[in-house]
Design a protein around this ligand. Sequence first.
Ligand SMILES: Cc1cc2nc3c(=O)[nH]c(=O)nc-3n(C[C@H](O)[C@H](O)[C@H](O)COP(=O)(O)OP(=O)(O)OC[C@H]3O[C@@H](n4cnc5c(N)ncnc54)[C@H](O)[C@@H]3O)c2cc1C
Length: 504
Amino acid sequence: MTKSITKQIITVVGGGSAGWMTANLLHHQLHQHGFVIKVIESPSIPIIGVGEGSTPQLKVFFDILGIDESKWMTACDATFKHGIRFNGWTDLVHPQYDHYFHPFPSNQDHNSGRYFLQQVHQMLAGQPAMPHPDPYFLTATLAQENKTPLHAHPELKTSYGYHFDSVKLGQFLKAYGTGKGIELISTTIDSVEHQAQTITSVTDEQGNVYHSDWFFDCTGFTGKLIQETLGTEFIPYSDNLFNDRAVAIPTQRTDDELPHTTATALACGWAWRIPLTSRIGNGYVYSSQYSSPEEAERVLRQHLNIDDKTPARHLSMKVGRLAQHWVGNTVAVGLSQGFIEPLEATALHLVQETVTQFIGAFCAGKFTNTYQAQFNATINARFEGVRDYIVAHYACNQLAQGKGMDIQPPLSSNLIPSSKKYWADCRNKVHLSENLQAVLACWKNGGDLHQLLVDRKMQTFYPTLSWYSLLAGYRQFSHQQYQDNIQTKQIQSKLVELTQHFTR
Ligand SMILES: Cc1cc2nc3c(=O)[nH]c(=O)nc-3n(C[C@H](O)[C@H](O)[C@H](O)COP(=O)(O)OP(=O)(O)OC[C@H]3O[C@@H](n4cnc5c(N)ncnc54)[C@H](O)[C@@H]3O)c2cc1C
């Protein structure tokens, strides 16, 4: 398919976060080459309206567009995020280590991170050590000290993400994009016309026909173009990840919210806590094989210690990915292309990655399908890489094994009888990819995990320190002799000292 590059139309169908992020990036990069970007969004089909946490990649997105942080953050009730605190995913037999922080990187990690790795290796070799990740990372310390990532120190560099209101994010990006010249069409698409794998037009409920050279399917879980029309294969991750439902209930913000997401293990899944400036976003992600929606709502209300006055939203999640994200003249982005459950808040990161990779492949191929196969392979590898890291959280859990007080009291198994089975099945029955099996075996045998991640190109998805934080945070050691030492204490006090350079 070779095309002239004058005045081609790219139509993005869907106006959720994925649709507006896609349209803005396409407009920013391709408008100069003669492409006109249009967005069709339905006034009657609501956006999913969850998805309030990001990775540091979202900063890159706004930087590319040249949108100042103070502008969009204020409009979207956004707060800073230094990482994720995981609560209670191990047992509670060692209460001081029943949580750990998955930090975003900083340039201080070279020194303190190296010492952390030494401590881990010492522990893996059977000697007492201090391999808990929290004391070794600047961003973990910033979160603990309730500091923003903003500072004026010339030599400090930290990565950070955000929490935001997802509805307001979409509205902000819509206003920004239409202001820049993206054409907005507010209507619901009823049918999609195509010849083989090429979509020629979409038709709305009133019979208006919209022709376009290229289409982006951002219609959410239904995948109106790529799945419903083109019948692209969907590969479910249900053997790897059991959770397929969520229930969400907002609560009021308190004065002492820390700048991180909290992910707490609950009866048959986990709960997120995301502090915005206007409220706290809470939700419980669980498996419908083990819990009913009513039970799940009860567990969440008990966890939040709230009565049933605030209404709950129940959501289904289709977890998995398309076999191909770019088919003919159509590219799927967002929930239409796949979804890995939100434990590490990676969905918008994958949106951005998909669009950026597409633009690279599209431009390199002179606006043709030349690099379509490479693009699809790259995006599939990203999905698998993120999935493996998420699966490790479940595979390594030590919950509900009956070793004393190993489920947090409000989440006890008498509330959900299947809790014990859920966590045991996550440990024993989730399917582990070959890559993940290799990582876990390497860790257990004290091998060179960094080299293995490099050799298998897994570092591109999660860096070595993230894997070490996860596995050490989950206390994946054959013995549990934690021993404080002077150097760890020195590192921690140096990091605390550095937090003085950051604003509150
Ligand atoms: C429980 C849960 C928690 C999540 N947490 C996170 C998180 O912390 N971080 C993160 O990055 N992501 C998270 N996500 C994912 C995130 O919500 C989505 O990736 C993001 O909102 C993008 O969604 P979307 O735009 O693909 O789909 P949607 O928001 O569903 O938007 C679909 C759009 O398509 C339009 N549409 C549909 N059909 C038609 C039609 N026929 N005609 C015209 N328009 C149509 C709709 O009107 C809508 O505008 C979470 C998801 C879930 C389920």
